[in-house]
Ligand binder design. Structure first.
Ligand code: F6R
Length: 242
């Protein structure tokens, strides 16, 4: 992967947004892979600003979220459907129908993963996927131990991940225990990856993902197997790189 070390999340957002802009200008029907959490926020706001300022036509852009909480209805404010609506769909001027999230509720939930895979395939695959990384090395919600070939499926959230995400819910007990997430195999099929990480809490995971062995113990290490990956990190997140 190409590694770019930046000053802060604002600079990272403008670097990442320019990569996304190039892609959307080259292909106005680009299919975006969308992460939630704190990491992509500066990218989404920088991208929204560029789209506005350059009057970019996004009417044919598509999007697929990485993951959703299991059992959280789409209208819940912390469902990833709601988060993506607030942070991506509205600022970029997309319609909700242009962006998909895995369903976390509804009948025959065990089939939701395969349904989502089929939707991604029908859309022609994901052109460019934005990724954060968990402090335990997860990407999407592929926690340590996830198969490198995995596809979208239901997974248990690691305790660390539930604690890390408790800030979005009233208390740790309210954080869902399970999710539905794109697999590592799904992520590897995206034609381009952009992984971002900020702060010292990510330094260990970043070093293991970029310089350790490719292993399901560190799901983020799949980035080493991708032919077109860019990693944008601040100095704190880069601190443990050799
Ligand atoms: C989000 C996701 C996760 C986050 C990761 C980092 O859709 O799949 O892998 O990217 O947990 O979260 P933040 O960015 O909040 O530190």
């Amino acid at each position: 992967a190409e590694v770019i070390i930046v000053r802060d999340p604002i600079e990272a957002g403008s670097v990442a947004a320019s990569i996304f802009m190039q892609q959307i200008i080259a292909n106005p029907a680009t299919v975006l892979g969308l992460a939630t959490g704190s990491t992509p926020l500066t990218t989404y706001s920088a991208l929204a600003k560029e789209v506005r300022e350059h009057s970019i036509d996004v009417s044919r852009v598509g999007g697929f979220a990485l993951d959703e909480y299991l059992g959280v209805p789409p209208e819940h404010p912390e469902s990833y459907r709601s988060v993506i609506a607030r942070e991506v769909v509205e600022p970029l001027g997309l319609t909700p129908e242009q962006v998909f999230t895995p369903r976390g509720t509804g009948p025959d939930i065990a089939r939701a993963g395969a349904e989502y895979e089929a939707m991604i395939t029908d859309a022609g695959g994901i052109d460019i996927q934005i990724l954060g990384i968990g402090s335990n090395g997860h990407v999407g919600f592929n926690e340590p131990g996830s198969s490198l070939a995995s596809i979208t499926r239901i997974k248990a959230l690691a305790e660390q991940t539930r604690r890390d995400n408790a800030r979005f819910f009233g208390s740790l007990e309210e954080v869902p225990t399970h999710c539905i997430t794109q697999g590592l195999g799904t992520i590897l099929r995206a034609r381009q990856l952009v992984l971002l990480a900020f702060g010292s809490s990510k330094a260990k995971a970043v070093a293991a993902a970029l310089e350790g062995p490719v292993s399901s113990a560190v799901p983020g290490s799949v980035i080493q197997q991708h032919p077109r990956a860019t990693v944008i990190i601040d100095e704190d997140a880069a601190a443990r790189l050799a």
